[in-house]
Ligand binder design. Structure first.
Ligand SMILES: [Zn+2]
Length: 220
C-alpha cells in the first residue's frame, strides 16, 4: 500500500493556507485536517477547569501554556487518523517545541519521508493589506479576499450585492497576530529551513498559481 501524503502548511494570516488545504483535500481525497483552532473551540465547550481557562483566552486573547496545543493535536491524530489517511497540519506547529514534537510523532508513525512542509510566503505588509482590505458581500455574506482579480470587483461576483469592508476596525488584533508570526512561527520556519525540508511557495500570486506551485513542489 502506498503511504499517504502529509502536509504541514505554514504562512502568515492572510497567506491563503486554508484555501490551499482545501484544494489539497479535493485533489487527494484521503487527507484529514487537524485544526488546532477547532480543537481549542471544542475544548472550550466542555465543563472542565481547563475548558474555562481556554474559553477566557478565546474571548480575551492571550496564550495557553506551551504544551496544550501539542497535547490536543497529538490526541486527535492518535485517536482518529487511520493508516491510509494523510494529515494536514492546520494551525500547528506554531512554536519551535511543537515542531520538534511533531517531528518525533511523524517519525514514530513512519510518515516523515512522505510529509511536505510548505511555506506559503507573503510579506508582512501584504498580509496586513489582505486582512484589512478584504471585503464581504452585504447580501449573501460571500468573503471577497484582497488578492488578484478580486481586488477589482465592484460588486459581489456571486449575487451582485454591495461589498463592504468590516475588517479595517481591528488593526491592533491583526498587528498582534502578525507579531506572533514574526516572533514565534518564524522560528519554526528557520527550523525547517535548517533541516533542508522547507518548500517555499510564493504566496503573492493568484490562488490557482499558488496551487500549481504546490503541486509542482510535491512531484517527485
Ligand atoms: Zn453576494
Amino acid at each position: 500500500m502506498e503511504k499517504p501524503l502529509n502536509f504541514v502548511l505554514i504562512g502568515r494570516s492572510g497567506s491563503g493556507k486554508g484555501t490551499q488545504a482545501k484544494l489539497l483535500k479535493e485533489r487527494f481525497g484521503n487527507l484529514i485536517s487537524i485544526s488546532t483552532g477547532d480543537l481549542f473551540r471544542d475544548l472550550s465547550k466542555q465543563e472542565t477547569d481547563t475548558a474555562e481557562k481556554v474559553q477566557k483566552i478565546l474571548i480575551e486573547g492571550g496564550l495557553p501554556f506551551d504544551d496544550l496545543a501539542t497535547t490536543l493535536w497529538m490526541h486527535e491524530i492518535a485517536y482518529k487518523i487511520k493508516g491510509n489517511q494523510g494529515i494536514i497540519a492546520d494551525g500547528f506547529p506554531r512554536r519551535l517545541n511543537e515542531a520538534k514534537s511533531l517531528d518525533h510523532f511523524l517519525e514514530f508513525l513512519e510518515r516523515k519521508e512522505n510529509t511536505f512542509y510548505l511555506l506559503i510566503d507573503i510579506s508582512r505588509q501584504e498580509a496586513f493589506d489582505r486582512l484589512t482590505k478584504r471585503r464581504i458581500c452585504k447580501k449573501c455574506g460571500e468573503l471577497i479576499p484582497w488578492v488578484g482579480d478580486f481586488k477589482k470587483l465592484e460588486a459581489c461576483h456571486k449575487c451582485g450585492g454591495e461589498l463592504i469592508n468590516r475588517f479595517d476596525d481591528q488593526p491592533e488584533a491583526i498587528k498582534n497576530r502578525l507579531d506572533y508570526y514574526d516572533e514565534r512561527v518564524s522560528q519554526v520556519v528557520d527550523y525547517y529551513k535548517e533541516k533542508g525540508v522547507l518548500i517555499e511557495i510564493n504566496g503573492d500570486q493568484s490562488i490557482e498559481d499558488v496551487f500549481k506551485d504546490v503541486l509542482k513542489s510535491i512531484k517527485r
